[in-house]
Design a protein around this ligand. Structure first.
Ligand code: NAD
Length: 255
C-alpha cells in the first residue's frame, strides 16, 4: 500500500543521528526517498542505508552555504525534484547567559541553526515551487517559552519560529507550506551531551521526565510522526503552524 509520503523526495539536514535519524527512517517507511545532508557522513551513510530504497547521504555542513548549494544541486541532478526540505540540523551549546557567550559561540549557533534555513530555501526554492512542496523546521519549545542559561540557543529557535511564519506567509502564493515542530526534550546524542554538561547530571534525568506532563522524556519517534504528518497531504491546509510536540511541557504550574 502506498505510504503517506510515497514518490516524495525529501531533503533532510542533520538526518544522520538523533531526531533527524528517526525522521529519515519514518519518511522512508512512508515511501519517501530521503537525501540526508549531514556533516557526519559515515553515520549519515549508515542511516541512509537503513532507510533503504533510493535514499542517499551527502556530506554538508549547514554552516557552509556553498556546501548546501552543492548538496542540493546533487539531489536535483540525481532525482530531478525536491518535494520537501526539513531543516533539522542544529546545535544547542553553550549553556550560558548572553554576557558569558563568546562571539564565536553566538555566530556558530546562529549560522548553523538559522542561516542554514536561508541557504536551503534559496537553493531549493525553484524545485519547491515546481513541486508545490513543503518546508519543515525543527525549532524548540524554548523558542516560544524561553530557557535559563541558553540565550544564544533560545534566540536561534525564536528566530526560526518567526521565520517559519514569515516564510509561510510569503510562500502560500506558490502553494508551498511552511511549518515547524517544537520538541521540549528528546533523548538523542545532543541531549545526552547536554545532560553531561549540567551542574548535577544525576538529577537531570528525573527533571527531564518531570517537565513532560505526559510522563517522560520521549525518543525521536514522537517528533518523526508529527513530521510525517506535516509533510504529507493530510496536512495540505496547514501552514505557518508552530506545533509543540512536547508532552505538554509548556503548560506550566504543575504540582
Ligand atoms: P543531535 O546532535 O543528536 O543530532 C544532530 C544531527 O545533526 C547529527 O546527525 C549531526 O551530525 C547533525 N549536525 C549537527 N550540526 C551540523 C551541521 N553544522 N551541519 C550538518 N549537520 C549537522 O541533535 P538532536 O537532539 O537530534 O537535535 C536535532 C534538532 O532538534 C536540532 O535542531 C535541535 O535544536 C532540535 N531540538 C532537540 C531537542 C532535544 O531535546 N534533543 C529539543 C528541542 C529541539
Amino acid at each position: 500500500m502506498p505510504g503517506d509520503l510515497s514518490e516524495k523526495v525529501i531533503v533532510l539536514t542533520g538526518g544522520a543521528d538523533g531526531i533527524g535519524r528517526e525522521c529519515a527512517l519514518a519518511y522512508a517507511r512512508e515511501g519517501a526517498t530521503v537525501a540526508i545532508l549531514d556533516r557526519d557522513l559515515e553515520t549519515a551513510l549508515r542511516t541512509a542505508s537503513e532507510a533503504g530504497g533510493d535514499s542517499i547521504a551527502l556530506h554538508a555542513d549547514v554552516s557552509d552555504g556553498d556546501a548546501l548549494r552543492a548538496a542540493i544541486d546533487a539531489v536535483l541532478k540525481r532525482f530531478g525534484r525536491i518535494d520537501s526540505v526539513h531543516n533539522n540540523a542544529g546545535i544547542a551549546s553553550p549553556s550560558k547567559p548572553l554576557h558569558e557567550t563568546s562571539e564565536r559561540e553566538w555566530d556558530d549557533l546562529q549560522r548553523i541553526n538559522v542561516k542554514s534555513v536561508f541557504w536551503t530555501t534559496k537553493y531549493a526554492f525553484e524545485a519547491l515551487v515546481a513541486s508545490k512542496g513543503a518546508i519543515l523546521n525543527t525549532a524548540s519549545m524554548v523558542g516560544l517559552i524561553g530557557q535559563q542559561d541558553h540565550a544564544a540557543y533560545v534566540a536561534s529557535k525564536g528566530a526560526m519560529i518567526s521565520l517559519t511564519k514569515a516564510m509561510a506567509a510569503d510562500y502560500a502564493r506558490y502553494s508551498i507550506r511552511v511549518n515547524a515542530v517544537c520538541p521540549a526534550g528528546v533523548w538523542t546524542p545532543m541531549l545526552e551531551r547536554w545532560c553531561a554538561e549540567q551542574p548535577d547530571p544525576s538529577s537531570i534525568r528525573q527533571y527531564l521526565d518531570d517537565i513532560h506532563l505526559l510522563g517522560s522524556c520521549p525518543h525521536g519517534d514522537v517528533i518523526a510522526d508529527a513530521a510525517v504528518f506535516l509533510l504529507s497531504s493530510k496536512a495540505r491546509f496547514i501552514t505557518g503552524c508552530i506545533l509543540p510536540v512536547s508532552g505538554g511541557a509548556e503548560l506550566g504550574y504543575r504540582r
